[in-house]
Design a protein around this ligand. Structure first.
Ligand code: F3S
Length: 108
C-alpha cells in the first residue's frame, strides 16, 4: 500500500485524489488517508502532493512509521469518506505546510 504521512495534516491539498485510478483516498476533517485494501501501489499520487506527504509503505521514513497503522485504522472510520475529486486546500494549509510533528492536530 501507500501511506499518507503527517505532512498532510492541516493542509489537505487533495491533488492526490484526482490521479488515483482506484479511488482509495478517504477524507477526514484535516487529513486524507489511503485505504490499504484499495490501493494498488501504482504510485502516481506521490509526485502530486505539494508537501510530499505520500510514500510507498516500504519507503515511509522512520519518524512516520506510526502513520502506516493510522492510515489503515482511519480508512475504516465512519468519519472518513471516499473522495475522488480535488477541492480547495484547507484555509490552514499555507500556515502549516512546512511544519512537522503535526500528529497532535489530527482529527480522527
Ligand atoms: Fe494530503 Fe498531499 Fe493529498 S497534502 S490531501 S496527501 S495532495
Amino acid at each position: 500500500t501507500h501511506v499518507v504521512t503527517e505532512a498532510c495534516i492541516q493542509c489537505k491539498y487533495t491533488d492526490c485524489v484526482d490521479v488515483c485510478p482506484v479511488d482509495c483516498f478517504k477524507e477526514g476533517a484535516n487529513f486524507l488517508t489511503i485505504d490499504p485494501d484499495e490501493c494498488i501501489d501504482c504510485a502516481v499520487c506521490i509526485p502530486e502532493c505539494p508537501v510530499n506527504a505520500i510514500y510507498a509503505e516500504e519507503d515511509v521514513p522512520k519518524d512516520q512509521q506510526h502513520m502506516i497503522k493510522i492510515n489503515a485504522d482511519l480508512a475504516l472510520s465512519a468519519n472518513f469518506k471516499t473522495i475522488t475529486k480535488r477541492k480547495d486546500p484547507l484555509p490552514t494549509a499555507e500556515e502549516w505546510k512546512d511544519r512537522t510533528d503535526k500528529l497532535a492536530e489530527l482529527k480522527r
